[in-house]
Every structure is written in structure tokens, then in C-alpha cells.
Design a binder for this molecule. Structure first.
Ligand code: AMP
Length: 220
């Protein structure tokens, strides 16, 4: 039986960073639907080719494609201990699909964490985000010092295609319309915990760990 933790939050809320830290701490896999889709698109797989147009527009890839992809990942050996879901679910169709999947597989939803970050901060985080073409490191040219080259290896930095201003506005709108309502749903189910996502990544990580420790105590 695998344990599943859902990390919800707007684009730029820090889900990727926090999912990575949390997965390492718990020896779970990090299952980022955005990263998997980007990899599929880069590799030119059938799934990647279907997903590409949606991603370039900043709209959601259809639920059936996403659900099948998530289940294939949950089957992988690296996810057998548990999974931190990053960027999924993002629609009510995906919530229902995930519920059904968890029930059928005998997995357990350990918690749903919503990372709260002000809109101003989200825009600064996304518009400054860069990826190093040399080592793949992430950095932020608006929030960190270090200029336009990678601090780790000196490589060139590029902006993710969907981090450009036109697409960012669309992604935030899609989040408000389709994903933000999931917060109310998980709240009604008594499964949601809000986490302050402002501050340094290590601070936010500590907040998440204390929330999960509390959850664990409540259940034991
Ligand atoms: P992200 O890196 O999580 O912001 O995802 C980048 C893009 O991939 C999104 O703007 C969507 O086009 C697509 N995507 C990622 N996860 C999902 C999902 N769970 N459902 C639908 N589309 C997704």
C-alpha cells in the first residue's frame, strides 16, 4: 500500500521545490505531472505530442491522458513507498479519477496540503524563474543575486516556454477557474491543511513537516 500526499498551490507557489524536499524526507517518489509532460514533449512521445499544444497555451491537458500517466507512475518501483503528487489533481475530473484509483489500488491519502502565496509573489517567482542549460539547476533572476548565468556551473540560463508573461497570465487564470475550487472540496472533506508558502524553502519545508507530524498524531 502506498501513501499519497497531495501538494496543491498556484503556479509559482513552490510545489516543485517542496515536493522534492518532502519526497526525499519520507523516501517517497515525487510525481510531478508538469515535469513528466515536459519530458514526454521533449522526447516527442505520442503523449508528449498530444500534450504540447495545451502546455504552450497554459491550459490543462485532458484528464484521461493525465490519469493514465499518473497510474503508470504509481506502478513504478520508486513510488511503492509513497508519492508526493505535485501539480495533480488540477480538476474535479482528476479528483474523482484519483479517488477511484486510490480505492482500487488500496493506497491511502495521507493528506492534502495547500501552499498559500500572495499573487504578487507568484508573479515574481514565475517571471524570474530560469533553468540552467548546463546542469538543469533552477534559479530566480528576480529574487536571487547572481545575474544571468548559473551560480552552480556558469551555464546559460533559459526561461521555460510556459513561464513567458502571456502564458503565465493564462496559467493563473486556469488555476483560479479550475484548480482553486479543489481547495474548498478537500476542505469540506476535512482533508485539507493550509501551509504558509512565503519565506525560504527550508522554512516552508519545516512547516510542512510539522503539519504532517500533527496529522500523524491525530490518526494514531
Ligand atoms: P506545471 O509545471 O505543473 O505548471 O505544468 C505545466 C503545464 O503542464 C500546465 O500548464 C498544463 O498544461 C500541463 N499540466 C501539468 N499537470 C497537469 C495536470 N494535472 N492536468 C492537466 N494539465 C497539466
Amino acid at each position: 500500500m502506498a501513501e499519497v500526499i497531495i501538494l496543491l498551490g498556484a503556479p509559482g507557489a513552490g510545489k516543485g521545490t517542496q515536493a522534492e524536499l518532502l519526497a526525499a524526507e519520507l523516501s517517497y517518489c515525487r510525481l510531478s505531472t508538469g515535469d513528466i509532460l515536459r519530458e514526454e514533449a521533449r522526447a516527442g512521445s505520442p503523449l508528449g505530442r498530444k500534450a504540447r499544444a495545451y502546455m504552450q497555451e497554459g491550459t490543462l491537458v485532458p484528464d484521461d491522458l493525465i490519469l493514465q500517466m499518473v497510474e503508470e507512475w504509481l506502478d513504478k518501483p520508486v513510488c511503492q513507498g509513497g508519492a508526493v503528487l505535485d501539480g495533480f489533481p488540477r480538476s474535479f475530473g482528476q479528483v474523482r479519477g484519483l479517488d477511484e484509483m486510490i480505492g482500487r489500488r488500496g493506497d491511502r491519502l495521507r493528506g492534502v496540503l495547500f501552499l498559500e502565496v500572495s499573487r504578487e509573489r507568484l508573479v515574481a517567482r514565475i517571471s524570474g524563474r530560469r533553468v540552467c542549460t548546463g546542469c538543469g539547476a533552477l534559479c530566480n533572476v528576480k529574487l536571487e543575486e547572481g545575474g544571468e548565468t548559473c551560480r552552480s556551473c556558469g551555464g546559460d540560463l533559459v526561461q521555460r516556454e510556459d513561464d513567458r508573461p502571456e502564458t503565465v497570465a493564462r496559467r493563473l487564470q486556469v488555476f483560479d477557474e479550475e484548480t482553486a475550487p479543489l481547495r474548498a472540496h478537500y476542505e469540506e472533506e476535512g482533508q485539507l491543511t493550509l501551509v504558509d508558502g512565503e519565506g525560504q524553502p527550508e522554512e516552508v519545508h519545516e512547516r510542512i513537516l510539522s503539519v504532517l507530524a500533527v496529522e500523524q498524531e491525530r490518526l494514531s
